[in-house]
Structure formats: structure tokens, C-alpha cells
Design a protein. Sequence first.
Length: 242
Amino acid sequence: MNRRETPLDPLVALYEPIQRHRGAPFVIAQLGQSLDGRIATPTGKSRDINGCSGMDHLHRLRAIADVVVVGVGTVLADDPQLTTRRVPGRSPARAVIDRTGRSSRGSRWLQADGCRRIVFSENAEGWPDDVERIGPDHDPDIFEPDRLVAALAARGHRIILIEGGAATISRFIDAGRVDRLHICLSPIILGSGRPGLDLRPIDDLDDALRPAAQSYLLDDGNILYDCDLRSAPEGGTDAAGG
């Protein structure tokens, strides 16, 4: 396997390359899941899957990122604040992909706290005056991952964290617009529920993505996989034969 293991101490190897990044937009996606690849129960409960260490990692990514992006499904399910609270650091700008404007105008991500807020939506009705709406009237292809990333980069947001949900992360991976994928694996088995990723189907293991990956051992039994998707050729040859 193309994987190395290292303890999560120090954190420099994991976070410093992201902080040092310059130039083209850098897109990170973060996913927390169970041993059997579930991100939530069938009823959508997911908040404590990865425990304190997984949440601390997520908030570190928020502190590093220029902007955090989620889909409207995450807003409707969790009403997240999308701020940095568990670790020192600034909160990023917040962007929500809400094509038809389903999220409540009282959602917590919309709170006025000095951070920039952006909604990608066709619906111009009811958003607070200080929330920037970007829609197909600005760019007819704005909901395509490439165009979303370009729009955020044009506004000065170079380090982009795609935090959820699974469908949004999957869409960005399928479009080739994720540079790094962080998967936080918790020692819990749900047995049923919502899967972590749902990518385009493949017919053969030779067609699977095989990213270079490094694993970090977290304090409470979680394992964090740092996957370099830019190093992930389709049709890799390092799989074990049988």
C-alpha cells in the first residue's frame, strides 16, 4: 500500500504545508466516518462520530482555511456555525451552496460576526444585505466545482475547505477539484446509515483512486488519513495480487 504512518505529534507535517501554500487555489476536503464507512445513522445523527480529537482537527482546518464551504444539506441537518472555536485562530469566511434557497434565513452560518458570508444560489430572496449571493446570473456554470473554486479564488480565498456534506465532497472529488482529502476514521461501527463517499462507479479495482496517504494517530483512537489526491492516478499498479 502507498501509505506511511506517523504519530500526530508534532502537527507540523500535517498543517504547515497547507499554511505555506501560495499560488493556485488549494482545496481540502474533510470527512469524519466510522470503521464501516458511515458518516451518519439512518436518521442523520453524526455529531459525535469522531469525538474530541476529530473535532479539534476540523477546527484547526477552519483556522487555516480562507473559506469553509458546505452544501445546503449540511445546513438543514446540522445548522453549523462554521466558526473556529475549539482551537486558537481566526474563523474563515463561510460559503453555502444552496441552489434554490432552502436554508433558513435565520441559520447560524448567516450570523453577522465580521466574517464574510457567501451563498451560491439562484434564489435572491431574503438573504441579509451583507451576504454576497453568487448565482447563474453572474456565471451560468457557477454550480460546477471548477467555477465555484474560481469564484472564491477571485475574492481572495486561496485555501478552500470543503467540509460537507458527503454529496458535496464527492462531487468535488469527481470533478478533480480536491487537492487533499482528510478522512478521520473513528473506532465505531454503525452497521447502517449514510456512506462517506459516493463517487462515479468503477468496474474494476484498477480504476480506483490510489492516493499517496499518511496516517496520524489521534488521542482517542481515531486515525486521520491525509490523502494527496493530486498523486492519485486512476488505474494504479501497486495493488496486491491474489
